[in-house]
Design a protein around this ligand. Structure first.
Ligand SMILES: C[S@@+](CC[C@H](N)C(=O)[O-])C[C@H]1O[C@@H](n2cnc3c(N)ncnc32)[C@H](O)[C@@H]1O
Length: 386
């Protein structure tokens, strides 16, 4: 994966057009550091179970296709898809219908570590979910962007589309955000928490277009009566100011410190934007409404995304855990910008910064308003194709 990103390392002004989670199975890999995402996803399994009761079941002569969009390289997507298969098979059994062949497509950007993913599929007995039987589904990978207008799958061929923790990742930052002459320029910031209204508006427009493209493609691919499950982060509160976890503020403080110390340059810091945009719920609804002629919203649920850590109880462990999660999703991305040494220092300071704030929370010491406990929400919507 690093080889694919290498050109970006020499061109700090270009956000990698395709990038991926930290590959492999090393200590910083997404594989080893994605239990937080998995814990959040497992909370929504009961919702899948209810939803599958209304799935149009293909006959045994057809094929039932499940696609995971933005699957990543960890076990998460395999476990998640196997839960869906378990529920689907239950329905066939209950209705005494013969099951069709089940085909699962794992979809992600071309730089995703599909090799590690496939190694898991064939080395992990799915005993927890489906017993020790060999896999009872067929597997293929689809490299590409799930935002692509040249759709990834033929029309009306997908029965269940699922995407977890992927849609809050922007595929690019709008040019104006990186243009010094623009009012939307985000120089001085590495995320959106202290940004101007113009910057947030520019990113909101990009995020709106991306969700629109995603739904347009799925509208074409999903069969009538098919289901779409989407889980992604949304921010609490209104549109502006853009509010979310203090971890992003701490991240920005660390970069500012590293610039002041001359460890990295102001130019690099100014050009760097962490490519996450947590939409507000209003922004999500606006796009969903545009697709209401084709997708019926069956259910929505939001849950706070931090229940897997307890900073008040265990500041040190929580700081370590959150830093590890952050490395799992973005170590390669940071290294492609800042290089290995600076990135390593950044993550050490981030962990220390998190620990300091969490300790202050625990002791009840005063902290500035933007560092108060506050978390993004994980939002799930489940849609049925009309
Ligand atoms: C945090 S990971 C989530 C992986 C997995 N779904 C899970 O829940 O653990 C986000 C994934 O979305 C993928 N992704 C982001 N934007 C994408 C795009 N435009 N097209 C395809 N995949 C994308 C990333 O490459 C990454 O693997």
């Amino acid at each position: 994966m690093n080889e694919v990103r290498t050109p970006n390392a020499t061109s700090p002004h270009v956000i990698p057009e395709t990038w991926a989670m930290t590959g492999g199975e090393g200590e910083n890999s997404y594989t080893k550091n994605s239990s937080a995402q998995q814990k959040m996803t497992s909370k929504i399994w009961p919702l899948y179970f209810d939803a599958i009761k209304i799935l149009n079941l293909p006959s045994s002569k057809e094929v039932l296709r499940i696609v995971d969009f933005g699957c990543g390289s960890a076990l998460n997507c395999i476990v998640n898809v196997e839960v869906i298969i378990e529920y689907v098979l239950k329905r066939y059994a209950e209705e005494r219908k013969e099951r069709p062949d089940i085909q699962v497509y794992f979809q992600d950007v071309p730089t995703n570590d599909f090799n590690t993913l496939f190694k898991h599929i064939f080395s992990t007995p799915n005993d927890k979910i489906l017993g020790d039987e060999p896999k009872n589904y067929m597997v293929a990978a689809i490299p590409g962007s799930f935002l692509n207008r040249n759709y990834l799958l033929p029309k009306s061929t997908v029965n269940v589309a699922v995407s977890t923790h992927a849609l809050h990742w922007l595929s690019k930052f709008p040019d104006v955000v990186r243009d010094r002459m623009s009012p939307a320029y985000n120089g001085g910031h590495t995320s959106l928490f202290n940004s101007s209204l113009a910057t947030v508006q520019a990113c909101a427009k990009e995020a709106e277009e991306e969700l629109d493209h995603f739904l347009a493609a799925r509208a074409s691919e999903v069969v009538q009566g098919g289901l779409v499950f989407l889980t992604f982060l949304v921010r609490q509160g209104g549109f502006y100011p853009y509010k979310a976890d203090p971890v992003y503020h701490i991240q920005e403080d660390v970069w500012n410190e590293l610039v002041l110390e001359g460890v990295t340059t102001e130019e690099l810091r100014d050009d760097f934007n962490f490519p996450i945009y947590c939409r507000s719920l209003d922004e999500v609804h606006k796009v969903l409404e545009r697709y209401s002629y084709v997708f019926e919203v069956q259910k929505e649920e939001s849950m706070v995304s931090n229940y897997f850590v307890d900073p008040l109880e265990n500041p040190e462990g929580s700081a370590q855990y959150i830093t590890a999660v952050y490395k799992g999703v973005s170590l390669d991305f940071h290294e492609s910008y800042f290089g290995k040494t600076v990135t390593s220092l950044f993550f050490q300071r981030l962990e220390q910064g998190l620990y300091d704030i969490f300790s202050r929370w625990k002791l009840g010491s005063p902290v500035p308003e933007h560092l108060q406990p506050m978390w993004t929400n994980a939002y799930t919507v489940f849609l049925r194709r009309k």
